[in-house]
Design a binder for this molecule. Structure first.
Ligand SMILES: Nc1ncnc2c1ncn2[C@@H]1O[C@H](COP(=O)(O)OP(=O)(O)OP(=O)(O)O)[C@@H](O)[C@H]1O
Ligand SMILES: [Mg+2]
Length: 389
């Protein structure tokens, strides 16, 4: 693995160089930089796979520079070394895609453990066995796209998983706009037109990159191009994606047709999204009847109530008994934070990390991400516990 070290502490340089050299297999030091500014201005030609950043001298104002650096090396894993960094800085680092935060003075065993985790995440494509999570709205405007896009981002950043979001809306697909201001270069239809040449690098190169380990395959631009997407293409793309990503989140949209049914057939879990209102419940009932007639297992269907407000006339238990499915999660109604995020095309966890809806997304990630045996820690506390415990 090729390593870039960013630090102006010569003793730490020496320690890291020694640790890299003694690691099995040895890590190759390709460059050293004095600080974040130096690193963002002088890019390394021999692209590093691991960037180790000594954050002791990184000020709160330099968080944006860190975001620029992670964007400059989108394929690299980032390791942050810190003596006593503010929680705000750590959260920004995590959102920028930093995978590991280690305390200084650096302990060799902790460094080795972090490298093992990075190696596992970057492991050979065939070692993954990705899960397909289908998000579908019971009624227009329930919040399925908001949830799919932000859940994808949250799984990638807080959950530290490699995530692909596929926007399957055949008209008016807009998932990329919810979390990015960049325009997608390729769409699902473009890939389907060239389905014979699809492989993992081609798929990865077709994505709109939102975070180092989160990419979006954007929706077809219009109904005419969407006609190139065939059900068997969905099988091919998902079969391939399972080998390269930990989670493939699908924004199914609202329509039930050959494409969405093939996507749902492939899903490990289906998340129908609805609000606690009679029209949503009626449409939810119809949708769940369709799922039953398609033979989908009840325990793979996980209702999510969005824009939930406690104390209303309708209760979750009434909804569960009417629909015959369990509500696994509620997302609070959080108009200001969600509207700001959606309008600016910035993921909610980045835009308003302390909002009620953002906290609820983190809880959903904790529910979805399987923890290693014996690990009963919460994701955020696990990441920050190293520093704050
Ligand atoms: N938890 C929430 N709190 C407040 N507003 C929300 C919340 N979730 C979604 N919204 C708002 O609801 C609007 C509709 O959400 P979204 O576009 O995700 O729905 P959808 O189910 O994908 O709709 P469509 O059927 O049109 O695809 C968004 O513009 C967003 O601002
Ligand atoms: Mg939508």
């Amino acid at each position: 693995m090729k390593v870039l070290i960013i630090s102006n502490d010569s003793a730490l340089h020496r320690q890291l160089a020694a640790l890299c050299a003694s690691h099995a297999p040895p890590l190759t030091l390709v460059a050293m930089r004095d600080g974040l500014q130096d690193a963002t201005e002088r890019l390394v030609n021999d692209t590093p796979q691991l960037v180790i950043l000594d954050a002791c001298d990184v000020g709160a104002g330099e968080a944006e520079m860190l975001e620029r650096l992670t964007a400059q090396y989108p394929q690299a894993s980032f390791m942050l070394l810190t003596a006593n960094q503010s929680q705000d800085m750590l959260l920004r680092a995590m959102r920028a895609g930093v995978r590991e935060v280690l305390a200084l003075p650096l302990v060799a065993a902790a460094f080795d453990d972090a490298l093992a985790r990075i190696a596992q995440i970057n492991g050979p494509a065939s070692s993954r066995d990705g899960k397909v999570l289908a998000v579908i709205s019971c009624k227009g405007g329930s919040g399925a796209t908001f949830l799919a896009a932000n859940l994808g981002y949250a799984l990638a950043t807080v959950g530290q998983k490699k995530v692909l979001l596929i926007d399957l809306n055949q008209q008016f697909g807009d998932a990329a706009l919810y979390v990015s201001d960049k325009k997608p270069v390729m769409t699902l239809a473009d890939i389907c037109i060239q389905i014979a040449r699809i492989d993992a690098p081609f798929l990865e190169a077709s994505l709109l990159s939102v975070a180092p380990n989160f990419g979006i395959l954007a929706a077809s631009e219009d109904a005419a191009s969407a006609s190139h997407v065939k059900p068997e293409h969905i099988d091919t793309i998902l079969r391939l994606a399972r080998h390269s990503y930990d989670f493939i989140v699908l924004d199914i949209g609202r329509q039930i047709d050959a494409i969405s049914i093939r996507a749902l057939d492939n899903a490990d879990l289906i998340y129908p999204v609805l609000q606690l209102a009679l029209p949503d419940i009626r449409d939810g009932r119809r949708l769940l009847d369709i799922f039953r007639s398609l033979g989908y297992r009840r325990d793979n269907i996980r209702l999510i109530v969005n824009r939930y407000e406690k104390g209303g006339k309708l209760h979750l238990v009434d909804l569960e008994s009417t629909l015959g499915a369990d509500v696994v999660h509620t997302i609070p109604n959080d108009y200001v934070a969600v509207t700001d995020s959606v309008n600016q095309g910035v993921p909610l966890l980045q835009q308003s990390q302390n909002s009620a809806a953002a906290k609820s997304l983190v809880l959903l990630v904790e529910q979805i991400v399987e923890r290693p045996a014996g690990d009963d820690g919460r994701i955020l506390s696990r990441l920050f516990g190293k520093i704050f415990s």
